[in-house]
Design a protein around this ligand. Structure first.
Ligand code: ADP
Ligand code: MG
Length: 471
């Protein structure tokens, strides 16, 4: 069971919320919003989920907290009157004593309001305590955590950032079920950026990254790091087509949106053949017709060998006119492929432009199946020039979209320069990239119609289809 944090974005980061009964450390420097987040957790728990809560404060008087929280429109006194909330100003030693004692104040409070959530603001002061059992300093936290667990309470332990040695993992992190960290950083010189990061949470998946939050008039509001503005029309209305690489499909929200244009950005060291091979194989199996622009480095013989690996007989597909090729290099092709290879090496740019348009229109008109196109843009850059790409690419993708053709465009963003890369990125609906760093190859979705961006995944070679796996 997950307990909602009262912050929608944070619930998403935590895949639903904090596992019930967890003790979570909430740490950050003064002014980052820990008290606010702690109280929002209790306030929303009461108002939205009918779960009573207790707030223990060591450093401030309850009156000060009532006053501060009014700025978010939270009437805490009213909730206290309704026996849903307790705000208790207490010293750490007395709280500890009353927690350990049989039927102490702590137990009474929890029973009185049937408490489900608690916040302790802040546990930093426990450090200076010792108890009767001879426990000292931070190991007291064990005791506190165990008691809280015994009552089945979901708890936030606020920890003031002490700016001590950051290379060591603080003791609190070991005993806590989770750690949420708030930071305030300088941003573009004058702005300050507030970020939240969950570094640990037992029993739930977490969305990694530094998520930006704002303190607003209604409390803390968090935006997921992986959320950019969505291409809602495409993501909601288009059928998803699978890539044949299961993890990639899930990162793309089920697959590529049909009729959308995706870029595969790859550097020269990265091996992208299996990515393309897996997608071809999957599309062929799904009954798609394929249009493929051959690059100078990929010969038909090579492509045949690659597709053989995936159990796809490209020779037969070419003869049946289910697999078409655009060839810029006038290379020989097997007998029987005459109708499915388009030699374009002699076409001037205007002719080529026209050819693409007319050829695609007539192919699609004659064959009502879905179409998938693979377009090696580096070849077009080399053979037709950057100017041609910049002039025609937007038109070509618009055309592909209008006829419902799903397109994967291969390009090396680094090679084409920042300006062209940014134009290509803007023009396409989704981008995934693969690159080599050291002895590892990575893959990451950096743009998708539903606004999701993924973290970088390692690309591992495996023995069976699709021969690659994202880890
Ligand atoms: N309505 C509001 N809108 C924006 N910021 C606010 C509002 N109310 C308070 N704040 C700011 O929120 C910040 C966080 O306060 P607090 O939760 O007490 O942080 P912490 O407990 O980490 O020291 C304060 O710096 C305060 O100025
Ligand atoms: Mg505080």
């Amino acid at each position: 069971m997950k307990v909602s944090t009262g912050i929608r974005g944070l619930d998403k980061v935590l895949d639903g919320g904090i596992p019930q009964g967890s003790a979570v450390v909430l740490e950050g420097a003064p002014g980052t919003g820990k008290t606010t987040l702690g109280m929002q957790f209790l306030y929303k728990g009461i108002v939205d989920h009918n779960e009573p809560g207790i707030f223990f404060t060591f450093e401030e008087f309850p009156d000060q907290i009532y006053e501060d929280m009014k700025s978010y429109g939270w009437d805490l006194k009213d909730l206290e009157r309704k026996n849903m909330l307790r705000v208790i100003g207490i010293s750490p030693d007395i709280l500890l004593e009353q927690m350990v004692a049989n039927d102490g104040l702590f137990e009474q409070l929890v029973r009185e309001i049937d408490g489900k959530r608690i916040v302790i603001d802040s546990i930093s002061l426990f450090e200076y305590l010792s108890n009767e059992a001879g426990e000292k300093g931070r190991s007291i936290l064990y005791t506190v955590r165990n008691i809280v667990r015994k009552f089945g309470l979901t708890s936030l332990f606020i920890q003031e950032d002490d700016n001590l040695d950051k290379s060591k993992i603080p003791f609190e992190h070991f005993i806590a079920d989770g750690v949420i960290r708030l930071s305030l950083k300088e941003h573009m010189n004058i702005y300050r950026k507030r970020t939240l990061e969950v570094t640990k949470m037992r029993g739930t998946k977490i969305k990694e990254g530094e998520h930006i939050y704002q303190i607003t008039d209604s409390g803390i509001y968090l935006l997921l790091a992986s959320q950019i503005v969505t291409d809602k029309y495409i993501s909601d209305n288009n059928e998803k087509i699978k890539t044949g690489i299961p993890k990639l499909d899930s990162l793309l929200g089920g697959g590529m949106a049909k009729g959308a244009v995706y870029m595969l950005d790859t550097n020269s060291k990265a091996n992208y053949r299996h990515i393309v091979g897996a997608i071809y194989a999957e599309r062929v199996k799904a009954g798609n017709r394929i249009l493929s622009l051959l690059s100078s480095t990929q010969t038909i013989t090579e492509l045949k060998a690659l597709m053989d690996l995936y159990g796809i007989n490209i020779d037969q597909l070419a003869k049946e006119k289910r697999f078409y090729f655009i060839e810029h290099y006038n290379r020989p092709f097997p007998a029987g492929w005459e109708g499915s290879v388009f030699q374009v090496q002699d076409m001037k740019n205007e002719e080529y432009d026209l050819f693409l348009r007319e050829k695609c229109t007539s192919l699609i008109k004659d064959n009502h199946e879905d179409w998938f196109a693979y377009y090696d843009l580096s070849t077009i850059f080399n053979e037709r020039g950057a100017e041609y790409v910049l002039r025609s690419f937007a038109k070509e993708t618009a055309f592909a979209r209008s006829v419902g053709m799903t397109v994967l465009v291969l390009c090396n963003f680094k090679e084409v320069g920042v300006q062209a890369a940014s134009f290509l990125e803007r023009t396409s609906n989704g981008v995934f990239k693969t690159w080599v760093d050291g002895s590892y190859q990575y893959m990451q979705v950096t743009k998708s119609p539903d606004g999701q961006i993924s973290k970088p995944y390692l690309l591992e070679s495996i023995d069976q289809k699709p021969y690659i796996r994202l880890v």
